[in-house]
Design a protein around this ligand. Sequence first.
Ligand code: BEZ
Length: 261
Amino acid sequence: MSKKTIEQKWDAQHYDQKIGYVSQLGVGLIELLAPQPGERILDLGCGTGDLAQQIAQRGAVCAGVDYSSAMIETAKEKYPDLSFRIADAEQFRLEEGEERYDAVFSNAALHWMKRPEAVIESVGLALRPGGRFAAEFGGMGNVGAIVGALTNELERIGIDWKTRFPWYFPSVGQYTSLLEQGGFEVHYAELYDRPTPLGSGEDGLNNWLLAFAGSLMEGIEPETQQEIAENCAAALKPKLYRDGEWIADYRRLRVMAAFHQ
Ligand code: BEZ
């Protein structure tokens, strides 16, 4: 395991090079979205733009927004023909003169947003009546073993992890109720296990922690962070490490809904 310090930041290069599976595994959601030529589609939490580009390749006009300036900067460099801008999905509003979208797409982003009612309101305000919302993100029980190992470690060193827990992993019932309250008709919702190979061999878990666990590690000395990462790896190895690769216990919530208000 490398000796890098774990801290929360969106590093676009690390995202593309070490955790490229985040976008690669979102391709199936594009099938559910079924973008049509000429449709206007918003990718909410677009990261470095790979899925927005794939949607655009199907003939749709796809714009991407992300909270991270590093992600947007890289997306613009990679796909200069597409439109990207920085925006917080919990407060996202159309710009003056911007037409409503035919669909909003979101892969692996909504679990970072702790105010789902606000996000759903933003999505509704961005959609034309009848417009669709196709989303996939971490659902109830997502990365349960990893969360268990990490929170055990934080408790061991006296950290109150509940106040810094960065993720929202709802059940089907919780999320579809919020969608209905927000003016959506839910056409499809599924919570499913998606064991996810983390790549990079022995380093896969550490790369995941470096990318995603920064806010849980905030303020902890680098040596202690390293110890936590090593203890997590030791605790998780019997369950999540097979044939030289880490396989994370992802559970995805996938939804398709139409806006009708
Ligand atoms: C996810 O994609 O499910 C995920 C990623 C990072 C942290 C937690 C969940």
